[in-house]
Design a protein around this ligand. Structure first.
Ligand code: PDD
Length: 306
């Protein structure tokens, strides 16, 4: 089996060494562009339609038309996965404003650059799921929606990168960012949940967060299980003093328990509690049934993946 990643640039699959873009690409010069990260399980892209819809929304929020239809992007994804040959993979679709002369004006770039990259997943750290990770509340605040709408999954990731640097310095695995009002917002690449008095709490869209696709799946599953869900506005006190369980969610990692919270107050520690365990198990079931149904319905790359 080939160990090479799958790479698709503009209109075809290419070897990684040949995938080159211009130094005048505005994605490189200005972070002008959008992207999606998807997870592939047994050759099936989990919740691909939701990711494609978010890509389309991000592009439209920056006034950029996608250079391909949803159908063409689906085909390009399958072609990339065939070239990648990992059935369990990380897959990223990136669309930048494209090449153009120096200058911020998007009309300088006649054609967006379209790039897909699929590769094997980094090995999962079992202890993260069994014991939980460390989260640190950092000083870097989440971009306010009035400055850069956090619903846009943009190539402009410095806000999150700076938060991540702070968390790493603090010895934590992930940063927790507050918004400019001091409310709990989200991680650098994850959404946050906590359990308080039996209710599952998570910051509402009004807190200025990326509307995570894993977040949506967890909310769907929790409601199906009759768990009370509160999408609200919370301060770090709610987490440090009232939370019984804490976890984060993201496409690549799924549901990951948090065992320790540092930052705003003296460290809080949390067990991997019953609600987290239940939601981790139900999330895995949701993925399995999605994979099964998609493969039964086809089309899928299953059977071609080597
Ligand atoms: N990041 N919040 C932010 C700021 C994110 O970047 C992400 C995802 C999430 C979780 O969203 P989802 O459940 O749709 O993955 C929340 C991806 C994984 C990334 O940056 O690669």
């Amino acid at each position: 089996m080939s160990e090479k990643p799958g790479v698709y640039l503009n209109d075809r699959v290419v070897p990684l060494e040949e995938a080159r873009i211009s130094v005048l690409d505005h994605g490189f010069l200005y972070g002008d562009g959008v992207y999606e990260t998807m997870r592939v399980y047994e050759g099936v892209v989990f919740r691909m339609e939701e990711h494609l819809a978010r890509l389309e929304r991000s592009a439209s929020l920056i006034g950029m038309g996608l250079p391909k239809s949803a159908g063409q992007i689906r085909l390009a994804i399958y072609e990339t996965l065939l070239a990648c040959r990992h059935k369990d993979a990380y897959l990223r679709v990136t669309v930048s404003r494209g090449e153009g002369p120096i200058g911020l004006d998007p009309s300088l770039c006649p054609r967006p650059t379209f790039f897909i990259f699929a590769d094997r997943l980094r090995p999962i750290v079992r202890a993260d799921y069994e014991e939980g990770i460390r989260l640190a509340v950092v000083k870097t605040r989440r971009n306010p929606a009035e400055a850069l709408d956090p619903r846009i999954k943009s190539l402009n990731f410095l806000n999150n990168i700076l938060a991540g640097i702070e968390a790493k310095k603090a010895g934590a695995d992930e940063a927790l960012m507050l918004n400019c009002k001091g409310q709990v917002a989200e991680g650098t690449t994850s959404n946050i949940f906590f359990v308080k008095g039996g209710a599952l709490c998570t910051p509402s869209p009004a807190c200025g967060i990326l509307m995570g696709i894993t977040r949506d799946v967890v909310l769907e599953v929790a409601r199906r299980l009759d768990i009370r869900v509160v999408e609200g506005e919370f301060g770090s006190r709610d987490l440090f003093f009232d939370a019984q369980e804490v976890f984060i969610t993201s496409t690549i990692r799924g549901v990951v328990p948090v065992r320790q919270l540092d930052g705003a107050f003296s460290p809080g520690s949390f067990p991997v509690g019953p609600v987290t365990k239940l939601l981790m198990a139900e999330y895995r079931k949701e993925v399995s049934s999605y994979v099964e149904n998609t493969r039964a319905a086809g089309p899928s790359i299953w059977g071609f993946g080597g």
